[in-house]
Design a protein around this ligand. Structure first.
Ligand code: 5GP
Length: 190
């Protein structure tokens, strides 16, 4: 997605060699008009699939999933990362190692909101080593649902997640794939 690549080039900051910061339009402050365009782009890429639910993980995935769901007219289900008294006890659960937090957490989805009749599109903001997406795929399998594919806003192609998922035969569609990055330069895969 040309506009996304231009914004990353002009506005993102690179932390170390591994982390891209896009807090001002995606991860902290959210540019809703831009998100609307992202939702439209995901719709265009997955509109031929009979999607019934969009699955993401809190917190940053939620806004992107909602922007996409406007176009599909289906509910968004977001996996929870922490226990709360609000959450049903009857959940699908998957253990995930977090790239940004550097520890493991239990990703949980209530059994009420995902079932064997669902055809699921997974959406997330970043794809790095693929653990968050693998956790969501695990939950889709536990539910007996089918998987339409995975939509990612920014994939870091120099980390292993994307190639591992594609080797599994999954449709992974990333709006921008970063081939390499440092403080001075960001190179995209064409
Ligand atoms: P993975 O599970 O693929 O290793 O990491 C993906 C998750 O970690 C995403 O849900 C995202 O929130 C976070 N993440 C991974 N890399 C980055 C990054 O470079 N920048 C930001 N802002 N988040 C990232």
């Amino acid at each position: 997605m040309k506009l996304l690549k231009e914004r990353i080039r002009a506005e993102a900051t690179v932390i170390g060699s591994q982390v891209l910061k896009v807090d001002h339009f995606l991860n902290h402050q959210v540019d809703v008009d831009f998100l609307h365009k992202i939702g439209a782009e995901f719709y265009d890429r997955f509109k031929d699939e009979p999607i019934t639910k969009i699955l993401t993980v809190e917190a940053s995935g939620i806004a992107i999933a909602v922007a996409t769901a406007w176009f599909f007219h289906v509910p968004v289900v977001f996996a929870k990362k922490s226990d709360s008294r609000n959450l049903d006890q009857d959940t699908y659960t998957s253990e995930v190692f977090s790239f940004t937090r550097n520890n493991s957490y239990l990703m949980k989805v209530s059994r009420r909101y995902l079932g064997s009749g669902d055809h699921v599109l997974i959406i997330d903001d970043f794809l790095a080593n693929g653990r968050a997406v693998q956790g969501m795929i695990d939950i889709v399998h536990q539910a007996g649902a089918s998987l339409a594919g995975v939509g990612i806003v920014i994939e870091k192609g120099f980390q292993e997640g994307g190639s591992q998922l594609r080797e599994q035969g999954l449709k992974v569609s990333s709006l921008a794939i970063i081939e390499s990055m440092d403080e001075n330069h960001i190179a995209f895969r064409e």
